[in-house]
Design a protein around this ligand. Structure first.
Ligand SMILES: [Mn+2]
Length: 351
């Protein structure tokens, strides 16, 4: 995979690339730690790190990468000296992971090229081994979902439910939550990214649970909206609209389509039901180690390809009523989208 970075250096006429985003560092066989910098030049791959990481660097990172242990906090000065010795003039950096101070230090010496999503695009085509890891974490996610369902009780707070998701995930082998779970009940369901609060889960509400796990560096992401006790016909109608949009989009995913074409399939169902204004985000995003492409939204011109993995997650969010979102991971295999998270998505009543 690092070969593709060498090709990128060539293509963008870069002498070196400083990799600073966590998923990119991990993907290219370094460490995620904030005191670890991965520097790729035409002739070698080097890791700059402070003493805290020495053992982990030896154990967990690519043994062929050069190691430069430097004083904590002096990473960029050392990288600058190193690149100057190599006579580098044009240096690529990522939009995340550098401080403004770091940025000034580099621009004072080099001709800086800010990358867009080139490294994410390299990561977007998954190998068979990567697909298997994503399938494993998605399967674990389904297991955790099944386990939490009977534990959801009326009167429980959203934070208690979040605690159960963390516990069941870790107990079953997850190494981390992929992100802080989103748990939004009742009126809070109108916040697409509502993090759990002390609000209690009440009868008659919709309850949105969006969580992801990390296993072997790969992440999952799944959302289900549940009915707490029996819900009224308005909420049922919203649910069925999102479900129908989500199923259509999942079934449509295949190689050759643009991200916007898939988004449009789900959006059309929601618009035709009269809820277009309440679906205020894109259909989905890539899945992998984090911050992945492709992006599926109305402006995405990305062409879907074999080996890409993405979410389909339409939603409707109405102030005071609540929200519904249904999300699955979909993987393109044999040119066709294959749904990888498999939890039940017909409306489930809990409590
Ligand atoms: Mn998602």
């Amino acid at each position: 995979m690092i070969d593709k970075v060498f090709q990128l250096l060539e293509k963008k006429q870069l002498d070196a690339l400083v990799v600073t985003s966590v998923p990119n560092k991990v993907y290219f066989q370094s460490l995620k730690g904030s005191g670890v910098y991965l520097v790729i030049t035409k002739s070698e791959v080097a890791q700059f790190f402070d003493g805290r990481y020495l053992e982990e660097i030896k154990e967990k990172t690519n043994a062929s990468y050069r190691r430069y242990e430097v004083p904590k906090g002096r990473y960029l000065e050392e990288i600058r000296t190193y690149l100057c010795k190599q006579a580098a003039t044009r240096v690529g950096i990522e939009p995340v992971g550098l401080t403004i101070q770091d940025y000034h230090l580099l621009t004072a010496t080099f001709d800086i090229c800010l990358l867009q999503d080139e490294l994410e695009c390299i990561r977007s085509i998954k190998t068979k081994a990567e697909c298997q890891k994503i399938q494993a974490v998605c399967q674990l996610t389904d297991e955790v979902f099944t386990t939490i369902l009977p534990q959801i009780k009326i009167g429980m707070t959203e934070l208690e439910l979040s605690g159960i998701i963390h516990y069941e995930g870790f107990k079953r082998g997850a190494s981390a939550m992929a992100f802080e779970p989103i748990i939004a009940s009742g009126f809070r369901g109108a916040y697409p990214h509502g993090r759990p609060t002390t609000k209690r889960i009440e009868h008659g509400e919709l309850l949105t649970i969006d969580f992801g796990l990390t296993l072997d560096h790969y992440q999952s992401d799944m959302t289900r909206t549940l009915a707490v006790g029996s819900i009224d016909s308005k909420r049922r109608e919203i649910y069925q609209t999102v479900l129908s949009a989500q199923k259509k989009a999942v079934a449509a995913v295949r190689s050759g389509l643009t991200g916007s074409a898939v988004d449009q399939i789900a959006r059309k169902v929601i618009e035709e039901a009269g809820y277009g204004e309440y679906f205020a985000h894109g259909l989905g995003h890539g899945i992998g180690m984090g911050n992945d492409v492709p992006i599926l939204n109305p402006s995405s011109q990305t062409i879907l390809k074999e080996g890409m993995v993405m979410t389909c997650e339409p939603g409707i969010y109405i102030p005071d009523i609540g929200g519904v979102r249904i999300e699955d991971v979909v993987m393109i295999q044999g040119e066709i989208g294959k749904q990888v998270t498999l939890s039940e998505k017909e409306l489930i009543e809990v409590g």
